[in-house]
Design a protein around this ligand. Structure first.
Ligand code: GDP
Ligand code: ADP
Length: 206
């Protein structure tokens, strides 16, 4: 039997640096997992590419996808839908590839229910003032959206307890390295290695 891939889920409050850290991880030479592109109804930001950053769809298209069972998980976040298409994940994991999701906390908890073998990592800011500075500094949101995102961030940070690992994003290269170290050691966790041996031991007994 081919080995199943590992699901890696990264969450954290808006503006903490998930996109930046993810890019750092994917740009490094020793990365060998696949990024799951999410679907969203939010407006495309300057510089974003449809099919690369997100699949940008209408509310109707998103709701059709939910109805037809095409989403692993989805959530409404600051007035827009965001979700993970199921097909790509299933195919990649079955082909033995590790898949990386970057999603908010409610979606991550839906994934945890369905795929408890995933590795759940929470990226956290050094403190709340620094988080606000980063959201403002990014310059993509107006003040009312920034305030909504900050209020949500407080609730999101409380959800950290439901994750396996917390990674502080003080410096981007350090945060990326910490996440890569977690993934490297998870590959050797007994719960992932044991199933292969169980098969071997079963064959030896028969
Ligand atoms: N549940 C869920 N959340 C997602 C998905 N894709 C992105 N998100 C999250 O939605 C939130 C808003 O994303 P976005 O508008 O791109 O803003 P940004 O991540 O703060 O730059 C972030 O916390 C993302 O991690 C998804 O497929 N499912
Ligand atoms: N470790 C860090 N130190 C300082 N600024 C950072 C760091 N990580 C990310 N940023 C900046 O913070 C802002 C938000 O980062 P982004 O990756 O868009 O966050 P998220 O995807 O979590 O919403 C960006 O302007 C980014 O350049």
């Amino acid at each position: 039997m081919a080995k199943q891939g590992m699901l890696i889920v990264l969450s954290g409050p808006s503006g903490v640096g998930k996109g930046t850290v993810r890019k750092e991880i994917f740009d490094s030479d020793d990365n060998d997992f696949q990024y799951s592109v999410s679907m969203t109804t939010r407006q495309m930001r300057p510089g974003e590419v449809d099919g690369k950053d997100y699949y940008f769809v209408s509310k109707e298209e998103f709701e059709d996808e939910i109805k037809s069972g095409g989403m692993l998980e989805y959530a409404k976040y600051v007035d827009n839908y965001y979700g993970t298409p199921l097909k790509y994940i299933k195919q990649s994991l079955a082909a033995g590839k590790d898949v990386f999701l970057e999603i908010e906390v409610n979606g991550a908890m839906q994934v945890r229910e369905k795929m408890p073998d995933g590795v759940f990592i929470f990226l956290t800011p050094p403190d709340l003032m620094e988080l606000k500075h980063r959201i403002i500094g990014r310059g993509t949101d107006d003040m009312s959206v920034i305030n909504k995102r900050m209020a949500k961030a407080v609730d999101e940070i409380k959800m950290m307890r439901n994750y396996d690992y917390a990674v502080i994003n003080d410096e981007v290269p350090l945060a990326a390295e910490r996440i890569k170290a977690i993934i490297r050691s998870e590959r050797f966790s007994v719960k992932r290695v044991m199933p292969e041996y169980e098969e071997m031991l079963g064959d030896a007994e028969s």
